[in-house]
Design a protein around this ligand. Sequence first.
Ligand SMILES: [Zn+2]
Ligand SMILES: [Zn+2]
Length: 379
Amino acid sequence: MFDQDHIAEAIAWRHDLHRHPELGFEEHRTSEMIAALLTGWGWRVHRGLAGTGVVAQMGQGAPVIGLRADIDALPIVEATGAAHASTIPGKMHACGHDGHAAMLLLAARQIAAEGVEQGTVTLIFQPAEESEGGARVMIEQGLFTQFPVDKVFGIHNWPGLAPGRFVARDDKMMAAFSVFDIEILGKGGHGAMPEQSDGVIAAAGRTAAALQEIPARALSPLEPGVVSVTQIHSGSAYNVCPDRAVLRGTCRWFGPEAGDIIEERVRRVATAEATAQGCTANIDYQRRYPATINSAPEAALARDVAAEMGLDTAMTGPSMASEDFAFMLNEVPGAYLWLGAAREGENPGLHSAKFDFNDAVLPAGAELWVRLARRATRG
Ligand SMILES: [Zn+2]
Ligand SMILES: [Zn+2]
């Protein structure tokens, strides 16, 4: 579908973005580059939603299709050794959002060259997908009231699937998530005289074990759920029982009822285990993203388009990872799509310090966007 030199240019944009990663809501350079390219191709460009968001439109009237790419990087020290490695210490594109931006740009160039005869194509370059909820902020600031769309799609490169694979599930795609901080407080004392202090360490250990049992015992075996304790901080000496411990972690689920059960149990378990050891627990539990649930007709449309391209659309998943595209799917029918992007040999996963977007799948991702835009705007 694309000229070879256009593909080469898109890969060069991807490498340029990779060299200059920007964290959530700070994607100023990235946003500038995207807006400049789109303006040059004749798109009507709007900037400023969620600060660094870029929305661009071409065509007019109904139907209106929204195509979304996320653009933020992660606070990770890059270890790829690539020629285009990050030039900014402690920041890197370890989730492939550099590739997502370049894919949508390559598609945008092609769509502009072909012209939009009917309906409207709306491109959404979204900041801060990683934990900050840039999609939610764009929506709160009027994304879908200023730019109403009939359907919205998002694509993520998926290193767990081989190139040529493509997944658009009819319903559950990715899980909802929360984060928690549990502070356990009690009396500290001499390590040799445990009877003189409260069991802060015992409470922390028991809490960690009991929390991770919640999905197994509080949810139906047919209902997916995860509680992972990912941090425990306490103590500073061999012979001192500490007076404070902090546990942190994340929970994942799909159904709203499961989300309520998990939250209630986390609070109950932490409080009970602390109390049993003579301690108190301060619990800060925050729900972050809802579950990413596709609508079946839009998922079917995406599979149809992928099948036209010869991609294998066999179903797999869902994933217990989370995605803030969920906020867009709460507003508008649409689908979140995984594009197979595994590398031969060593294939580091998303968020690995060695992860680098697989440029070989960039043209397929862009072609998918162009074909989806054509199909969805022609009704
Ligand atoms: Zn990510
Ligand atoms: Zn990502």
